[in-house]
Design a binder for this molecule. Sequence first.
Ligand SMILES: CN1c2c(nc(N)[nH]c2=O)NC[C@@H]1CNc1ccc(C(=O)N[C@@H](CCC(=O)N[C@@H](CCC(=O)N[C@@H](CCC(=O)O)C(=O)O)C(=O)O)C(=O)O)cc1
Ligand SMILES: N[C@@H](CCS)C(=O)O
Ligand SMILES: [Zn+2]
Length: 713
Amino acid sequence: MSPFPTSTVLGYPRIGPRRELKRALESYWNGTSGRDELDRVGAEIRERTWRRLAELGLEGLPSNTFSMYDQVLDTAVLLGAVPARYRAADDPYFAMARGTEGLAPLRMTKWFDTNYHYIVPEIGPDTVFALDAAKPLAEVREARALGFETRPVVVGPVTFLLLAGALDRLDDVLGCYAELLSLLAAEGVAWVQLDEPALVGDRSAEELAAVRAAYARLGSLADRPGLFVASYFGDLGEALPALAATPVEAIGLDLVRGGVPALDLSGKTVVAGVVSGRDVWRTSPERALAALGAVRASEVTVSTSCSLLHVPYSVAAEPELEPGLRARLAFAEEKVAEVVALARSPRLDASPAEPSVALPAPVAPERRGPYAVRAAAQAEHLGLPPLPITTIGSFPQTGSLRAARAAVASGTLSQDDYERQVEAEIERVIRVQERLGLDVLVHGEPERNDMVQYFAEHLDGFAVTRNGWVQSYGSRCTRPPILHGDVGRPAPITVRWATYAQSLTDKPVKGMLTGPVTIVAWSFVRDDLPLRDVVFQVADAVRDEVRDLEAAGVSIIQVDEPALRELLPLRRAAQADYLEWAVAAYRRATSGASDRTQIHTHLCYSDADQIVTAIDGLDADVTTIESARSGARILPTVGSFTRGLGPGVYDIHSPRVPAAAEVEDLLRRTLAVLPVERVWVNPDCGLKTRTYEEVEAALANVVTATRTLRADL
Ligand SMILES: CN1c2c(nc(N)[nH]c2=O)NC[C@@H]1CNc1ccc(C(=O)N[C@@H](CCC(=O)N[C@@H](CCC(=O)N[C@@H](CCC(=O)O)C(=O)O)C(=O)O)C(=O)O)cc1
Ligand SMILES: N[C@@H](CCS)C(=O)O
Ligand SMILES: [Zn+2]
């Protein structure tokens, strides 16, 4: 077996340095360009990546890390796990990812504790697995034709099945993996990388036995490449001895989030993830070299802690960043250079002691009155009908607004003209809602490029990038802000737009803010303070904004926390502590409001049922939450909820317009578990990715369904 290269990365960004893949995908989907053009752009991105990695001096180049949509979906296709209903679609792959007319897409959810979303494979007892290795084989050949030998990367069998909730099908998928390994060996591939991030979570004895069985079986194959099992996003814990006892030749460890294991891994290669793939900071060479020196293994390869998918392409594309900050940053390209430099450095012998950080005492939130008192004060003040209808905040973001923002940035449109355009959009959104008959209106968020970036642009302590795009799902990207200093709010941020919207209508207009946990979760965050201290700093800034909105006469304020679940530590032992401070931070942000001001919060991930107690702990007067898309799965768990709740009645992720009867059905199911006085009617999430046509039709049906139910009360 050839030795493992001395330097590598677990994966690389793939949307293109200027989001070339995003544009190509969207033109293909809307019919402006054909499949050939999409494939050409994909090939160009792959070629450029391999060439760049090689130029930077990286030895071990990965392949099959490119994806047209998502690597978990690619793995489902690799294993033949395409549900029958998609097979007849024009393009089954994109039908699974995005749905087609009459066919809902597969479920999408967060990839571990990141802001990346994967497509959840649908695997049942009858799923027939059959290997289709076309994509990894084609990428190996494509790279070879360019002069590069590569290591194909595939999601490993245990993680794939755990994500699909189907570990009982392990024996069946292992047949496909075995066949894949033998095809890759025949192709002359030296190493294959099987990604097993699920092993860094708490795993039962049965699951650990599955790990041993899977890798014992794959390891025992006569004809196969070297097996590299990559873990990331934390410590392997008990899964490490399980893996170490199998014949896999190389094991990848996240030595940024996890510690150097005490276990002696002689006989194995350790692929040591000492350069973080989750942040944008330069690596401390001392710390990295010490970790490399402390690993006990036959060979140690320098690598990233996880795929670089989660960071932008290059700091070189950010000439406008303040030079002092810029010098502290490393995006994907710079991280590759760090890996190469570390691989070429002599190793140190021992790990320095980690500095211990003293945690400050928990901050007691300022209390609002009890819910019953608040609810009575709000009912009197707001006078809303039963089953109040509202939306989550954003209305469709139009191309002309996006183009206008780009024009302001490039100096071809004045700030004043831009603001007139935003006002015109707000007026349009208010009139649409009045015409439809909604009860609590929103201004539509047209002034926001993104619900986190917008706030970062108006707070001290943050920097934003021009081109620092990171894939969120499919063609959708965000530019995570960089939180590098102490956070403060120099001036009110949203008051101007909220009061303008309220001036146009007699109906209440909700003020709309992003919560402290979400602002931090969707940013790159300084690493010299405990995360919770950073979250509390942001909470104080949000609190200032809540107070100013209230003082300006806004009587309903929504503080969104969609990322509350996302930051939940992967290991149970750390979860209670996190939830305690995250909830305290939210309460700190909102508890400056008077009892008469109604506080709303919003969460939009289907696995919110795992943290219902914490959501209740936020103490918001009204919580709106995704439900329609996840088949009302949340309903059985929210019966214990003691305040206002709006389980979404309309899945905004799909262009499909729900019929009034469907909405009525969801509402009836909600009313079966919650008293009518506390039920709100709303979509699952914001409407920014939809068109006005879809939104108006869907909301009209929501209003019809609600009126039918109100008539029955
Ligand atoms: C709710 N979600 C969010 C997450 N994270 C966030 N930070 N924000 C979120 O809202 N995580 C979980 C989910 C993920 N969901 C989404 C949904 C939608 C998007 C999305 O649509 N992203 C846009 C980019 C948004 C943005 O920053 N827009 C800017 C810049 C727009 C732009 O591309 N401008 C053009 C020029 C303008 C033109 O001529 O059209 C350019 O720069 O070239 C803006 O509006 O100003 C996307 O397109 O991917 C993301 C996550
Ligand atoms: N207020 C935001 C929340 C999205 S999670 C929106 O409506 O887009
Ligand atoms: Zn949402």
